[in-house]
Design a protein around this ligand. Structure first.
Ligand SMILES: Cc1ncc(COP(=O)(O)O)c(C=O)c1O
Length: 433
């Protein structure tokens, strides 16, 4: 079981000391439950893991899950924050997140997003293309400011993960390829362009990665690149290796320990720098999923149970692909727990389906659970990352509430959407009235 999960005397699942069945009763379902303690622990582990380095920073990748409350927690934890859009930047600023700790990413930032980043004076803008480099130089010049930048590079590493979440290979919409020379061209241009200060290079090779080999290759390739740049007289002082550490969704997943992972990166970096006669750069990492993924659990209420003899038994819940699109998008695999009957053996096999009008709207496949009854509370763990942030209103289902739990108390981080929220922006054109 993840984070602070336990089972209480009534045989109910508890998270952060709160009874999950009570949470479902109080706040309704579907409900995202956010285990604050689990996030605090992960953040501390990450920081500890990099502590052998003279200079390092842990940046939370906000795309995994960002709300104003989450930005406030990240601020309190002393981490940096990655944002990838004007909306994420706005959300961070709403929480008075220190702009100097914000890293602005994106492969196609709009002019207004770049201007917003410059106006907020964010710590780093991560430039993704030669076009953006020129554009940013002009915008910074017009404002009379200097943009502190990283260049996002694609080192040519293929991480072993789903092809939609691989990003470090050369054939990618992201970044400047090292192979072929685009990356070095960008370094040269960045040094020459007005109002641009090149501080570092960045890469992100993919997500849900379970072994160190791809990270190992990446450190070496990035350090080779930094050595080649140094030979040309361009000294790059900061190296951001992105995120990507996998998490446990099911018992079959065996993720690396955060501490081991961080220590591995720190050691490899120090060795690689020494081998190349370079000073050890400042190391930055940008975990998203591994900071919040296992801290999130979604609670659903079981409704219709449909037995197809000799085929399968479907149990439908009151959420689905609207609150967790990752199953239909990436064939992500999750597990389920029956929160109100944790002590009962899982001796029935179910396919758990959502309530959207799509045959593909399924959450769990052939999972062993106690015999389900309508009204049971199904908990799906490891939904803290890329669930709320990727949720939709498909079928005009209101998005669930998000509740944080900590040491026996619960507090709303995001209110449940109401029907009025669904139509708030709708208009009837004059001719149709
Ligand atoms: C640039 C960048 N950094 C960090 C992350 C976070 O990755 P993860 O959630 O796998 O740790 C992503 C995810 O897509 C990313 O694109």
């Amino acid at each position: 079981m993840n984070g602070t999960m336990q089972v209480n005397a009534q045989g109910h699942l508890t998270i952060g000391g709160c009874d999950a069945v009570e949470l479902a009763r109080t706040y309704g379902t579907p409900l995202y439950v956010f285990d604050e303690e689990a996030v605090r622990q992960r953040a501390a582990e990450y920081r500890q893991a990099l502590s052998s380095l003279a200079d390092s920073e842990v940046i939370y990748a906000g795309k995994a899950f960002l709300t104003v409350g989450m930005a406030a927690l990240v601020k309190q934890l002393g981490l940096g924050l990655d944002v990838v859009s004007g909306g994420e930047l706005f959300t961070a600023l709403q929480a008075s997140f220190p702009p100097e700790r914000i890293f602005f990413h994106g492969n196609n930032k709009s002019e207004s997003e770049l201007n917003a980043a410059l106006d907020a004076d964010v710590g780093r803008i991560v430039v993704d293309s030669l076009y953006e480099l020129q554009q940013l130089s002009q915008l910074a010049r017009a404002r009379g400011v200097t943009a502190r930048i990283y260049l996002r590079l694609t080192p040519g590493v293929e991480a072993h993960t789903h092809s939609y979440i691989q990003t470090g290979q050369s054939d990618s919409k992201f970044g400047l390829a090292i192979a072929g020379g685009a990356a070095m061209k960008a370094v040269r241009q960045a040094q020459e362009l007005a109002n641009i200060q090149l501080l570092g290079v960045h890469c992100h090779i993919g997500s849900q990665i379970f072994d160190t080999s791809a990270f190992d290759a990446t450190v070496l390739l990035m350090m080779d690149f930094m050595a080649a740049a140094a030979q040309e007289g361009h000294y790059i002082k900061e190296l951001d290796l992105g995120g990507g550490l996998g998490i446990r969704h099911t018992d079959d997943d065996d993720p690396m320990d955060v501490k081991m992972f961080g220590e591995f990166l720190a050691d490899r970096l120090q060795e690689a720098a020494q081998e190349r006669g370079l000073p050890v750069p400042k190391l930055l990492i940008e975990p998203g999923r591994s900071l919040v993924g296992e801290a999130g659990t979604t609670l659903y209420t079981v409704g219709v149970i449909k037995e197809l003899p000799g085929i399968r038994t479907y149990a439908s819940v009151d959420g689905g692909m609207g609150d967790n699109p990752r199953v239909s998008l990436y064939q992500a695999v999750y597990e389920g727990l029956v929160a109100n009957r944790m002590m009962e053996p899982g001796n029935h096999t179910y396919t758990v389906a959502g309530k959207c009008c799509e045959s593909g709207d399924k959450l769990l496949f052939d999972v062993e659970l106690p015999k389900l009854e309508p009204g049971d509370i199904l908990a799906v763990p490891s939904t803290g990352a890329y669930n709320y942030s990727m949720s939709s209103n498909y079928n005009l289902l209101p998005r669930p509430a998000v509740v944080s739990v900590y040491q026996g108390t619960s507090e709303v981080m995001v209110e449940r959407e109401q029907y009025q929220d669904l139509t708030r922006l709708h208009k009837i054109p004059q001719r149709w009235r």
